[in-house]
Design a protein around this ligand. Structure first.
Ligand code: URA
Length: 492
């Protein structure tokens, strides 16, 4: 019996396996071990040459399909993977079992396929759940990001090119306990793993949750029933284990008023009263100026604010919308969700998020254990902006001055509800409430230092997901979205 010690990676196994196959060393005669190649290793002197030589020895052609499978299996942590891989390679070459790869009931092949599937799943999780956090900006102005992730298998090298392609213009590092990947905008480099103490603290629990959750989650079809049967809802909620119990440290209403004044200068409009629920009635009486909304917010109840909001005509959008769609939900809601503007269904129903985006939102909220009834749901802009296309009324993104005109209402809602967690869905909400130049795909997640709520989370709008074509990209985006929303379950 020969002990073959190899670096635990595909290249190392491949070069050794080639040598052993060419010397017709039978699988039963080999004991494979992970480790650094040592001097007493049988093929050490051939190592460097062999790893350069990618041409298989004559007569020992191994199908590409097998090598692809082997590359995945090599990432698995099972200690006997090298032996099974070599056995199958032996059977394909010396055993001349050319049809072996089609024999899915073969026990050796089955083991390889199970391992490969686990590695695929792990890579999928990594693609979906790595979230970068900005850690610094270089003197040349380049922003640097870091992410902490705990894969189950050795997938960092194999998966890092995905991130290099996707986040090509950033400088980033992905730290894991086993291996770290670094991208400087031009090339990938790898280094040994780091302890979790070196990872951004905030992510520790979150990553624990992510890996567990992603394990049972197939975001492709949002099979919530199946998910619930695999892991009852009550556990979903408990996994992050960080209940929202932290005291609010919120600044005064004055601060909010200052924010309203900040961007786009818009001249004061006059609001006019019309009875709620009646589409576009004639104006009757001037009631409130938008700049007064916040000043009065402290003194009035949410229900009164809503009544005033229903009467608003501070921008031209009221003219084509059926009605104002104000926010709804408990006045003491811990979570508040702000979307962009009502869509076609919301405009007709007079309630936020009741159309397709609302359906998706409801499913995911319920899936992660958040009861929509306990959430205050509203929009940045309260009238539906649309253009006609055939019989359909197509959504149009509100312009900056329309957002500006409506902003006092949503700020006043925040002031009244005082949510612990404020979730901005989409760029319009993020730009209105966080920063006018907020870059949603890059900065999504928890927003540092916002005074609007104890924690402010920004993520993409559900309509962004609904517009994406079916496929892996959409699955990944959906999983990321769920992961962002799950931040609402834990304090920072
Ligand atoms: N999109 C939004 O932003 N809000 C809604 O209420 C519906 C769709």
């Amino acid at each position: 019996m020969k002990t073959i010690r190899i670096e635990p990676n595909f290249d190392s196994w491949r070069s050794k396996a080639r040598e052993l196959l060419s010397e017709a060393v039978r699988p039963e005669a080999i004991l494979w071990e992970d480790g650094t190649s040592t001097a007493d290793s049988l093929f050490d002197d051939l190592d460097s040459n062999a790893s350069q030589n990618t041409t298989p020895p004559k007569g020992l052609r191994i199908p590409r399909e097998f090598m692809n499978l082997a590359e995945l299996v090599a990432c698995h942590r099972a200690s006997d993977r090298w032996g099974v891989l070599y056995k199958v390679a032996w059977r394909l070459t010396h055993g001349k079992e050319r049809q072996l790869l089609a024999l899915h009931i073969d026990s050796d092949l089955k083991r390889l396929e199970v391992w490969a599937s686990a590695v695929r799943r792990d890579r999928h999780k990594m693609k979906a759940f790595v979230r970068f956090r900005k850690v610094s900006t270089t003197e040349s102005g380049c922003e640097q990001f870091v992410a902490w992730f705990e894969p189950e298998h050795s997938i960092v090298e194999l998966t890092a090119p995905f991130f290099a392609k996707r986040f090509a213009s950033m400088e980033w590092s992905i730290l894991t306990p086993w291996r770290c990947a670094h991208w400087n905008g031009k090339a990938l480099q790898f280094s040994p793993g780091v302890s979790s103490r070196e990872a951004p603290k905030e992510d520790e629990l979150e990553d624990f949750w992510r890996s567990y959750y992603a394990h049972i989650f197939n975001p492709a079809r949002l099979k919530l029933d199946a998910m619930q049967s695999e892991m009852p809802k009550k556990y979903w909620k408990n996994l992050p284990e960080a209940p929202l119990i932290v005291e609010l440290t919120r600044k005064a209403a004055k601060r909010m008023s200052e924010m309203v004044e900040a961007p786009v200068s818009a001249k004061a409009h006059v609001s006019e009263r019309f009875p709620s629920g009646v589409p576009n009635p004639e104006p009757q009486q001037t009631v409130i100026k938008p700049e007064d909304v916040l000043a009065r917010a402290d003194a009035i109840k949410l229900a009164e604010l809503r009544q005033l909001g229903l009467q608003c005509r501070d921008c031209p959008l009221y003219d084509r919308a059926t009605q104002v769609v104000f926010g709804e939900g408990p006045e003491d809601a811990e979570i508040m969700i702000v979307g962009e503007q009502p869509g076609d269904s919301e405009d007709l129903a007079g309630r936020p998020f009741v159309g397709p985006s609302g359906d998706l939102l409801d499913k995911v909220l319920s899936g992660i254990g958040i009861d929509r009834q306990a959430v205050y749901v509203t929009n940045t802009v309260k009238h539906f902006k649309w253009k006609r296309e055939g019989k359909r009324r197509l959504h149009q993104t509100p312009k900056a001055d329309e957002v500006h005109a409506c902003r006092p209402w949503v700020l006043a809602e925040i002031l009244k509800v005082k949510p612990k967690t404020l979730i901005c869905l989409g760029a319009t909400a993020a730009k209105a409430l966080v920063r006018p130049d907020f870059a949603i795909l890059r900065e999504r997640g928890r927003v540092p230092d916002s005074e609007l709520a104890y924690q402010v989370i920004v993520t993409v709008h559900p309509s962004y997901l609904l517009r994406m074509p079916r496929g892996e990209e959409r699955e990944l985006e959906l999983a990321r979205w769920i992961s962002d929303l799950t931040l609402a379950l834990k304090a920072p």
